[in-house]
Ligand binder design. Sequence first.
Ligand SMILES: [Zn+2]
Ligand SMILES: [Zn+2]
Ligand SMILES: [Zn+2]
Length: 474
Amino acid sequence: MNADRNFLCIRCREAGHQTADCQQLKPVRGRDGNQIFDPFSDEHVLATFPSDSSSLCERCVKYKILDVFDQDDILHVDSQSTNNRRPRRLQPDIGRLSSVVLRSNCPLCRLIFRVLPHVVAGHDEGDPILYLTPFPSYERHPSFVNKTPENDKKKYSVYFSVQSQARELEISSKYLADPSGMIGNRHYLAFALSSKTPASRKTALGARLTGPSVDYALLRRWLERCRTSHGKTCQRPWAPELLSTRMIDVSARQVVPCPDRCDYVALSYVWGNVGPKKGDLENRQLPQTIEDAITVTAQLGIQYLWVSQILCYSSWSLSVLQVDALCIDQIPTRQQRQQLDIMDVIYHCSTVTVVAISGESSASGLPGVSMKTPRVPQGTEIIAGKQLLTIFPMLEQDIEGVKYSTRAWTMQEGMLTRCRLLFTKHQVHWCCNSAIFSECIDETADPGNYTECYQPESQVTWFDNVNYPVPSHH
Ligand SMILES: [Zn+2]
Ligand SMILES: [Zn+2]
Ligand SMILES: [Zn+2]
């Protein structure tokens, strides 16, 4: 094997040799496995090899990629029907899956490496030719329908993904890990120009650079936009039963009776086997997810937080947390029972519900809040002075297959609520009855209002409608 550090192998996801020379296949945790497949988990491989922004490889230089970002005709329009818009494939092709040549110092090769789906073990048929394929950003979501005037469409930024030909995609999907479950979905893994690129003609829904920490100012802007411009569908109701519950006052770090008509955050998460102990609230030693939710609540400028593990399963005395009451098999007291009965009201009326999508237990933390739970870094490369960024999975793909969505109870919580902040290991998504925003997609320019075109009844389709489970058996 040639020990040339200039090659990136897509089979074992390591650098140092060409894919054609590789015998090893990195084990991929697919949809059926217990673990979560992460297409962006190989960032550390690239981090050890310097990228040279001036050294596009021989193939990549031919794509003239910076020109394509500004082109209007990035889709083929079929002469038979104007509705039949097909993606264009840039020439030359990237090569066959078995022998793709990617170079660790070429910034475009590095981006292709990131968005090329992992190869799954056990494949023995087909070896499709792969192409670099541009498509408009609004085509990434099926509900971004084509009702925008053509002139506005031209303002949407261009995304790139790696694809094979349609027929070949059927074959390749058998051995390319496809965590979204959508066969041949070319919109899943992509990269784009940063929306901050000067003099760029197409900035709508461009790529936004995320950092290791959550951008709280952005979260506050989403909340404000929802409050001021989404009207009745996003307005949260108030229910008198709420006065019978308690809240954590996040500035005083105390459990207090719920004030009348207060704004509050509700936390929705997978408990696991980890629970809070007496004194944890006062001593700032609550399980990490709850500590992080306290931070997020304060950063949103909201004073109260509701957490089921503390406020349902602890004894009914103010400011005292009882560890014995956390036992799941215990028969709830009448007052606890009453609290469990109004849980749906609590989620329904919350100002915003913080959803821990990627956590396995309440010790997991919210990624990007405390440094104890780091986020998967975003891929970034510079080509001729322009910044290119990978775009993280959409909300639907983030939800697919994680522990959170396999728990009927947590899904129910997510469904009941009107405004949610969903914390994944990549980024934070906002999802209310009117809009879906994501940290890595710049929604500030969106002439077709694609991020805010959701119908109230359609936005929760990815949460199955399930019966409310019996509280003592979850
Ligand atoms: Zn290899
Ligand atoms: Zn290259
Ligand atoms: Zn809203």
